[in-house]
Design a protein around this ligand. Structure first.
Ligand code: NAI
Length: 291
C-alpha cells in the first residue's frame, strides 16, 4: 500500500487522519471501520508479518460486508472494497506513523509498561494537538496517560470485538481529559457509525455483578442490553465469545495489581467456577450458555 494522504488539516479542526498502533484482531478492526467511513488511516505494527496478518483480517471482513451490503452487484462490491483500501496505508516505523496524525488509537498488547513506553515515545514526536487514545480493556487510562505531557488530550476509546459488528464504543475519561478532546472522540465514534457511551476510569464487570447479586438473570441482562442499549450481543454472550479464561485472568490481574478498588475486582464466583469446570465459553462448547 503506497497511499499518500494530504497532510493539511481542514479548517473545521475535526479529525481526518487516524493512526492505529497494533494490527491484531482489534487494531485491524478499528482500521477497517475508520477507513470504511472515510478517515485516512495508518496501520502501524512492529513487523511486516504482523501487518500482513492485519491486512488479511481486513480483507476477509470487507468481502463479507460487501457481499451482504451489495448482494448481486459485483461492481459496487469491488468499488466499496477498493475505496476502503485507498484510505489505508501501513507502516512499521512507529515514529513515521505518528507524523501529521490527528488521532492515535493504541491497540497493542495488554501490558502497562509496553503501552507507556509507546505513548512516551509518541508524546515527544507527535503534533501538540494530536489526541491519544487507548483501546485497553483492563488497564486504568490514568495509569497509561500519566507518562505523557498531554493528559488533557488523552482518553480511553474502547471498541468491542468484533469491531465491524459491535456498535458500542466506551469513551473513558481520566481526571484531566478536556471537553474538547471528549467531544472530538464522540464525533469520531459517530462518524464511524458507532454509539459512544461515557465511562468512569474504573474497570469492572458491572453486568456480572448484577447477576451475582441476583438482581437479574443472565438471559434478562443480555436481552435488556440488546434491546435497550442496542448491543448486537449481550454482555454474557460477549463474555462467552471472548473466552472466560481470558476474562478471569484480567480480573485476577487487576486484583494483584492492587490499584483498583478491592470491591470491583473481588473474585467473581460464577466466573471462577465455570473456568474450573473447563467451561470457557464458545470455544469449549459451554460457558454462561451451552453451544
Ligand atoms: P493482538 O495480540 O491480536 O494484537 C496486538 C498487536 O499489537 C500485535 O500484532 C503486535 O505485534 C502489535 N504490537 C505490539 N507492540 C507494538 C508496538 N509497540 N507498536 C505497534 N504494534 C505493536 O491483540 P488484540 O486482541 O487486538 O488486543 C489489542 C488491545 O485491545 C489490547 O489492549 C486489548 O486489551 C484490547 N481489547 C481486546 C479485545 C478482544 O476481545 N481481543 C476487546 C477490547 C479491547
Amino acid at each position: 500500500l503506497n497511499n499518500n494522504f494530504s497532510t493539511t488539516t481542514p479548517n473545521n479542526n475535526s479529525i481526518q487522519n487516524i493512526t492505529v498502533y497494533g494490527s491484531g484482531l482489534m487494531g485491524a478492526g478499528i482500521v477497517q471501520v475508520a477507513a470504511q467511513n472515510g478517515f485516512k488511516v495508518t496501520m502501524v505494527d512492529i513487523e511486516q508479518a504482523f501487518i500482513e496478518k492485519g491486512k488479511k483480517i481486513i480483507d476477509a471482513s470487507l468481502s463479507r460486508i460487501a457481499k451482504k451490503q451489495f448482494k448481486d452487484d459485483e461492481n459496487s462490491q469491488k468499488s466499496f472494497i477498493e475505496t476502503t483500501w485507498s484510505n489505508i496505508k501501513t507502516e512499521t516505523n512507529s515514529e513515521k506513523g505518528a507524523e501529521n496524525t490527528d488521532l492515535i488509537i493504541e491497540a497493542i498488547v495488554e501490558n502497562l509498561e509496553t503501552k507507556q513506553n509507546l505513548f512516551k515515545k509518541l508524546d515527544k514526536i507527535s503534533k501538540p494537538n494530536t489526541i491519544f487514545a487507548s483501546n485497553t480493556s483492563s488497564l486504568p487510562i490514568s495509569e497509561i496517560s500519566k507518562i505523557t505531557e498531554r493528559q488533557d488530550k488523552f482518553a480511553g476509546l474502547h471498541f468491542f470485538n468484533p469491531v465491524p459488528q459491535m456498535k458500542l464504543v466506551e469513551i473513558i475519561k481520566n481526571d484531566q481529559t478536556s471537553e474538547d478532546t471528549y467531544q472530538k472522540l464522540v464525533d469520531v465514534t459517530k462518524r464511524m457509525k458507532k454509539t459512544p457511551v461515557t465511562c468512569k476510569d474504573t474497570p469492572g464487570y458491572v453486568s456480572v455483578r448484577l447477576a451475582e447479586r441476583g438482581e437479574a438473570t443472565t438471559e434478562d441482562i443480555d436481552t435488556a442490553m440488546k434491546l435497550g442499549a442496542g448491543m448486537p450481543m449481550g454482555p454474557f454472550e460477549l463474555s462467552d465469545f471472548v473466552g472466560l479464561d481470558t476474562l478471569k485472568s484480567i480480573v485476577d490481574g487487576w486484583r494483584k495489581d492492587g490499584k483498583i478498588d478491592a470491591g470491583l475486582v473481588a473474585p467473581i464466583k460464577k466466573l471462577d467456577d465455570l473456568v474450573k469446570e473447563g467451561k470457557l465459553g464458545r470455544k469449549s462448547g459451554a460457558g454462561f450458555y451451552t453451544y
